[in-house]
Ligand binder design. Sequence first.
Ligand code: S3P
Length: 163
Amino acid sequence: MKRIFLIGYMGSGKTTLGKAFARAMQLQFIDLDWYIEERFHKTVQELFAERGENGFREIERNMLHEVGDFEDVLIAAGGGTPCFFDNMDYMNSVGDTVFLDVNPEVLFRRLKIAKAKRPLLADKTDDELMNVITSALQKRMDFYRQAKYTFNAERLESYEQIG
Ligand code: S3P
């Protein structure tokens, strides 16, 4: 039985690579954001707007535990998933975790064209976007580094597909 969690910042390629890995490994692919959207019949932006970030994080934790029971799956977590509650310990205890490591400049290039769907980034100017990315990574890296494996995912060229 295999259960793999892909973690990393927004734009690191969790969904794009996750789909490809899942197909190659014959695992079911689950994107946690999409799973939440289907269960709640609302977009991530709508959930953020209605319940605030804290409300979203609670839903995210509960849904993580729901998909964490599934077998033979590859789960793309949300960028913030590992950094709240005991989510990182939980993922490490029920499966293998893989961190998609991408430097801030590359994330910035990707997210500049893919920020609209992300409530934490949508209204940011270029300067603000770079600041948000670098300060978030400073805080989040301690969590991301707890992954069992790290994969450098900088050399994906089709940025428009990242997300
Ligand atoms: C978030 C990342 C998003 C989504 C939400 C918050 C974050 O997921 O869960 O907008 O805090 O980094 P992706 O990393 O799949 O875009």
